[in-house]
Design a protein around this ligand. Structure first.
Ligand SMILES: [Ca+2]
Ligand SMILES: [Ca+2]
Ligand SMILES: [Ca+2]
Length: 240
């Protein structure tokens, strides 16, 4: 019997020690989880904000780059690129977009700009495969001919950092701004999401168009909707 007595207390002591260890460990784990939760809660908004800020900066950089290309083209052709290439007549010549076929009424402005920059071989910058990550054909339309520089028939759009095509409005001489365009947005993963309307911006203070004699390059911004106050553009968008 004596041989059993020392064993049982020792085993019980080990069990209690083990319980305490497990208890402390559980508390410690809960405390650590709580602290991690607090840290995550504190940093999540700024991490979210940092991601959005990076996309805003990237989109602004794209707008600047596109603006530089437009300026270069304007120096050669004497006017900003049109936003209605497929509506221009069938007479041929440098400014005619007849060979790119009928328009499907969607993404027309930015398609026209890209066709212009990809087709006109003088002046401005070039969109080719090196900027492939900027380009997508969200409305799935095609030209009847291969588009120079792009090397295919897809009538591509230039995207902002959220994957939404830019709206491009041209006020080339004699045209002014013609009003709303239909834009096919994406879900951010390259899939067409929905068709939205984009209108050229007016200054609410004066009622006048922004950039009345050149062009408007407009990103729908984080909300992927045009004409809201998170839009980004080649002018100062009014913020509510
Ligand atoms: Ca189209
Ligand atoms: Ca297209
Ligand atoms: Ca917006």
């Amino acid at each position: 019997m004596q041989s059993i007595v020392p064993v049982c207390p020792a085993a019980g002591a080990r069990a209690r020690a083990s319980d305490r260890a497990a208890g402390f460990t559980l508390i410690e784990i809960l405390v650590v989880i709580g602290i991690i939760g607090l840290i995550a809660a504190a940093f999540a908004p700024s991490l979210f904000g940092a991601g959005q800020n990076a996309k805003i900066a990237e989109t602004q950089a794209r707008i600047l780059q596109i603006g530089t290309f437009i300026d270069g083209s304007k120096e050669v052709w004497g006017d900003v690129p049109p936003d209605d290439y497929s509506l221009l007549g069938g007479a041929g010549g440098a400014q005619s977009g007849w060979q790119f076929g009928p328009d499907d009424g969607r993404n027309t402005g930015i398609e026209s700009l890209l066709l212009h920059l990809s087709w006109q071989t003088k002046g401005g910058g070039r969109f080719d495969e090196s900027r492939g990550q900027w380009l997508l054909n969200t409305d799935g339309d095609k030209a009847p001919v291969t588009i120079p520089l792009l090397g295919h028939k897809e009538r591509m759009e230039i995207l902002d950092a959220w994957g939404t095509p830019f709206a491009y409005f041209s006020a080339k001489t004699g045209s002014g701004y013609r009003g709303a365009q239909r834009i096919v947005t994406t879900d951010g993963d390259g899939k067409a999401a929905e068709e939205v309307e984009a209108r050229p911006w007016k200054d609410p203070a004066s009622g006048a168009w922004f950039n009345p004699r050149s062009c408007q390059i407009v990103s729908a911004g984080p909300d992927r909707l045009f004409n809201t106050d998170d839009d980004l553009a080649n002018f100062e968008v009014p913020r509510d």
